[in-house]
Design a protein around this ligand. Sequence first.
Ligand code: ADE
Length: 251
Amino acid sequence: MGLVALSDCIRGALSYEAIRYPPILIYYANVIGIPVFMKFEVITIFPDIFSGFLSESLISKAIAKRLISVRTHYLRKWTTDRHRTVDGKAYGGGPGLVMKVEPILKAVNALRNTKPKSLKSKIRVILFSPRGKQMDQVMVKRWAKYNQLVFICGRYEGVDERVADYIADEVVSVGPYVLNGGEVAAMAAIEAVARLVPGFMHDAGSQTKEDHPQYTKPEVFTLGKKKLRVPKILLSGDHAKIKDWRDKHRR
Ligand code: ADE
């Protein structure tokens, strides 16, 4: 067994125990540097976007099982003016508004300072922006090693560049297209990282599902004049051949 597989094994075992004995195991996990749960902190001006996402399916189960926690933080809370301003006009002119640096810095600092002193929490601060590095599974696996991920969701025409330069540890784009803001990107990241938290996929099977073609009943599906058949090999019961076929068609 390779080192990675061994560490995955320990992480898995720890997380199941952590459901029953969180304080002891969390302490132990911190001593040996293996996180047993993941805290997501999302800084946003639209926290309600997350409510359906957090209350359904495996994400809500993982929250109930205390494998993950997801907290949304309303950015306007860290403003001081009467209008709770989080944006301003761009220097140099141009249409649209830019998100201000001060409230974001205050929010991030507040989150950095809330970790319990007894825990050596490993935090990563990520700014979502279409100008960032494109998110991929390698990045997601790296994030899964932290205890706490702070996601800053940009809006409007962008975010003051000093956030990218001095506050965020990384700037990430969910894909080569422009969204209205970072909230959808943050949800994609939460789901991708949460799937790697030991225990998350317990009810759902493998963490790598859907990397090869899958079929279920009916064996023959009629579409107009066409008969769409399940590949014969999958009906053969020959597990070695099925494995070969799946490996060949893996993406
Ligand atoms: N905000 C707007 N577009 C985005 C993208 N593609 N990725 C991350 N955040 C964004």
